[in-house]
Design a protein around this ligand. Structure first.
Ligand SMILES: [Zn+2]
Length: 324
């Protein structure tokens, strides 16, 4: 790995996105320097330019990675990560490298978004129409499903012949309502999601939110290694029992970090975003998820101290006084 000195850039020539990434870079790099200067000296020699380490793959990148074109295919880029994902109301909070953001990140987040569309509708909150197919025996029609402002669940058959072949809608309604006996039909959402992938998207949000607060000592702790491996490689089944859901009416804008104190076997750090609660091990706690796995299946109440959701990272450092 080579760190090169980036040419100095006039702030005025930078795009808004570059300025934001540069700011996250400076905060992360300062925090890294404060704790790991000697380690970096040993690896890269002195003098050396400031560096930022991707919190997911530990790739070391210099300031020029922030200024690279975010759409370029190079691995040497640092991208702003919205935590939670932007489509779920998040804002840029930390930087991750291009591959970590594009490959694992986007796929998990697409699953979390699809899941959220379905969940919102089934819970019966007013929601935008989502595409569905309705099927009875051999007849299938496309349509949409939404909940209106009065809380009515509405199925709307799509137009013919644009989305359904001519006669399909009347064939379907005849099949459903034509007989004397009640008939059941199936509804399938076109928003498809993989159960595990949407859960891992929330695990990723928890990991990055706590990284923004506690910085590198947290993610470099051995207790977090498995969490990181699981996020980077969603196909592997490394972890379970990290996500729970309740209070479906709670909006995603309702966010908090917390420290679980009691019961002792659940001591952990966590996040709560809307109905989703994710627990992460505390530093040094290598047995956390095996303990959780052995707990009885029913929901367990715990006592926790809440912390404000981070909208700006501190990475374990006191907030620099020269930053607004
Ligand atoms: Zn990375």
């Amino acid at each position: 790995m080579n760190l090169t000195i980036a040419p100095s850039h006039q702030a005025g020539n930078l795009t808004r996105g570059q300025r934001r990434r540069l700011r996250l870079f400076e905060l992360g790099s300062r925090a890294l320097e404060a704790r790991y200067a000697r380690l970096l000296d040993e690896q890269f020699g002195t003098p050396r330019p400031p560096a930022y380490v991707c919190p997911l793959c530990f790739r070391v990148l210099g300031r020029e990675a922030v200024l690279a074109n975010a759409t370029s295919q190079t691995t040497a880029i640092l991208t702003a990560e919205d935590v939670p994902p932007k489509s779920l109301g998040g804002r840029p909070l930390v930087l991750t490298c291009g591959p970590c953001n594009h490959s694992s990140g986007r796929r998990l987040d697409a699953n979390a978004r699809a899941r959220e569309h379905v969940r919102t509708l089934l819970y019966g909150k007013p929601a935008e129409p989502r595409p569905i197919t309705l099927s009875i025996e051999n007849t299938s029609v496309r349509g949409s499903y939404f909940v209106d402002e009065q809380g009515n669940h509405v199925f709307r058959l799509a137009a013919e012949p644009a989305a359904n072949r001519v006669g399909a809608s009347s064939g379907f309604t005849t099949a459903v309502f034509g007989g004397a006996q009640p008939r059941a039909f199936q509804m399938r959402f076109m928003d498809q999601y993989h159960e595990r992938f949407y859960q891992l998207s929330w695990l990723r949000t928890a990991y990055l939110a706590w990284f923004a607060v506690l910085g590198y000592p947290f993610i470099l702790d051995p207790a977090l290694r498995k969490v990181r491996e699981q996020i980077v490689d969603p196909i592997k089944a490394l972890l379970s029992g990290f996500l729970s859901e309740d209070s479906p009416e709670r909006p995603l804008t309702d966010r908090v970090l917390f420290l679980v104190r009691e019961p002792s076997e659940l001591r952990s750090v966590g996040i709560r975003v809307g109905p989703y609660t994710v627990l992460l091990p505390r530093p040094g706690d290598l047995e956390f998820y095996s303990r959780v796995k052995n707990l009885p299946g029913k929901p367990i109440a715990f006592q926790a101290d809440g912390l404000a959701w981070p909208y700006e990272p501190t990475f374990g450092q006191a907030r620099p006084s020269d930053e607004a």
